[in-house]
Ligand binder design. Structure first.
Ligand SMILES: [Zn+2]
Length: 524
């Protein structure tokens, strides 16, 4: 199968019908594709990134004016088809030898694995032994169609966790977050959803010749058996979209059967692949354009990609994912920054956009689960953006302080010796974050509308947030403590903890500061 000329990509068309298309058909105007229709959520994210990477590599607009032309009117399908055809030689999935998509150029020996091991949550040897394979039951995925195999390859190579000695992690580290700008307008087609995330050539160096510095499988693998690293200066910047840390070659096939993942029948299906360690070891200051990073505030360590989190993604991550969090150095991805500073202008009067954020929560080599969230984004002037960063930071900090007190007092209510208990309190945190989320976004929306010359946010905002925190901290506490089973219930301990929580909340410095700002000046 050729990934640029054959039809393999599952989509939904405007009339709601599913279809299978070749990538260039995203530009068809008659009943256009409006969404990807992958069989799994991680594949959905992978196919988006495949198409964005493809457009960025083969069809990047010269400047923002050209970007806008294609935003207003998508290219002719034939134009895109001709453009993709020029690099089709690099996108064969299957080849006896030489280049094959995201596979090692030359891998004569290695360990043979069943195809299900391409899936990121696939149980490894130890998991199988411990009988812990919740995600995929062993023996359930034995053969994959070319479409699922290609998507699984991309998903693994772009998210690769550490996989044992010499099995390298992805270019963004294991299980990075990806953030894509998503048009809010319900009629947006797939082309627009992708195009919003493609940078112009002034922002990202265009491809000259398509070779292994961009698509690493076109040449011999930059191996790491002697500790060699591959840093950004060793390859082309577009390499970031096509990182290939794992040495893999699809091998054993069967014919005319049904795919164990998507359920479609295929002429050829893959059952096994060959793999070997010491593939490319990405190191250095890599910055993937679609991923937010944490920058070391002391500028000593390299930027680290933000990862999926146990407990999920919520408004406490909003600043770092969409703008920048000055407390911890988290900063939005390059494409999101560009949207904030320039491109957002286009959508401002046009239904605006949101941020789609997704990734695995990895526990070292194991995928615990898959997270995705939508966040609001705002196109603002620089002054407004700075204001919003400060104000949102204040609100989130007050909430973080509150959740700390809540967690500690729920623990005191639950356990006779809270300091010794190692109970998981993340449920309590999650309840509090969830209970205050709607209020946060409501206030954020109001803050984003304020004029740039407004230095102080209005006192009503602070008052409203103070009330939300006060109400929810006691409510979540009560639900958590009174929901205990009667034999565990020690009323005196609960009442004491509640009293302590009151004392802490009303006496807290951050909360007091919030309360002070909540009081209009003339009343002070
Ligand atoms: Zn399939």
């Amino acid at each position: 199968m050729n990934l640029l000329t054959d039809r393999w990509m599952p989509v939904i068309r405007q009339n709601g019908q599913p279809d299978i298309i070749a990538p260039w058909q995203i530009a068809e105007t008659d009943n256009p594709a409006i969404e990807i229709n992958a069989p799994r959520p991680d594949f959905q994210g992978a196919l988006y990134q495949f198409l964005i990477g493809l457009l960025q590599t083969c069809f990047a607009p010269e400047d923002e004016d050209q970007w806008l032309e294609y935003w207003q009117e998508m290219p002719e399908p034939e134009e895109l088809q001709a453009c993709f055809e020029k690099v089709a030689f690099a996108f064969e999935l299957d080849a006896e030898e030489g280049p094959a998509f995201l596979q090692d150029f030359n891998l004569p020996d290695g360990e043979t694995k069943t195809i299900s091991a391409l899936l990121i949550e696939a149980p490894g040897g130890k998991t199988l032994k411990d009988n812990l394979d919740h995600f995929i039951k062993r023996g359930r995925v034995n053969q994959l169609c070319p479409s699922c195999s290609a998507t699984a390859l991309f998903t693994l190579q772009t998210n690769a966790p550490s996989g044992g000695v010499g099995h390298r992690v992805g270019l963004r580290g294991g299980g990075p977050l990806t953030t894509l700008i998503f048009p809010k307008a319900s009629l947006a087609n797939l082309w627009q959803k992708l195009w919003l995330n493609v940078l112009n050539q002034e922002e990202l160096e265009p491809a000259g010749k398509i070779d292994s510095s961009i698509l690493p499988w076109l040449g011999k693998t930059r191996v790491s058996d002697k500790g060699q690293i591959t840093s950004p200066s060793d390859v082309h910047p577009l390499h970031a979209y096509w990182g290939m840390p794992r040495r893999i070659r699809l091998t054993t096939k069967c014919r005319n059967d049904v795919c164990d993942l998507c359920g479609r029948s295929a002429e050829v299906l893959y059952q096994k692949f060959r793999t070997k360690n010491y593939g490319t070891n990405y190191d250095g200051a890599w910055l993937h354009p679609l991923t937010p990073y944490r920058f070391d505030l002391k500028k000593v360590n390299l930027p680290l990609s933000l990862k999926g989190q146990q407990g999920g993604l919520g408004y406490r991550h909003w600043l770092g994912l969409t703008l920048q969090d000055n407390d911890n150095g988290d900063k939005a991805s390059k494409t999101v920054q560009f949207y904030n500073e320039e491109r957002g202008r286009i959508l401002k009067d046009n239904g605006s956009a949101s941020l789609w954020c997704f990734g695995y929560d990895m526990d070292n080599m194991k995928a615990r689960c898959w997270y995705e969230s939508r966040f609001p984004v705002f196109y603002l002037s620089e002054l407004q953006r700075n204001n919003l960063t400060d104000w949102a930071g204040e609100l989130v900090n007050a909430a973080k302080e509150t959740v700390k007190m809540l967690r500690s007092e729920v623990k005191s209510a639950w356990f006779r010796r809270p300091e010794d208990s190692k109970g998981d309190m993340s449920q309590i945190d999650a309840q509090f974050w969830q209970a205050t989320e709607a209020d946060f976004y409501r206030l954020l929306e109001q803050l984003a509308k304020l004029p740039a010359d407004m230095r102080m946010a209005p006192s009503e905002i602070y008052a409203s947030w103070y009330e939300a925190l006060r109400k929810q901290v006691f409510q979540v506490f009560e639900t958590a403590t009174l929901a205990s089973t009667p034999e565990d219930l020690d009323l005196r301990r609960i009442v004491n903890a509640q009293k302590a929580l009151r004392g802490k909340f009303y006496g807290n410095k951050t909360i007091k500061a919030l309360k002070a700002k909540a009081t209009p000046e003339e009343e002070v």
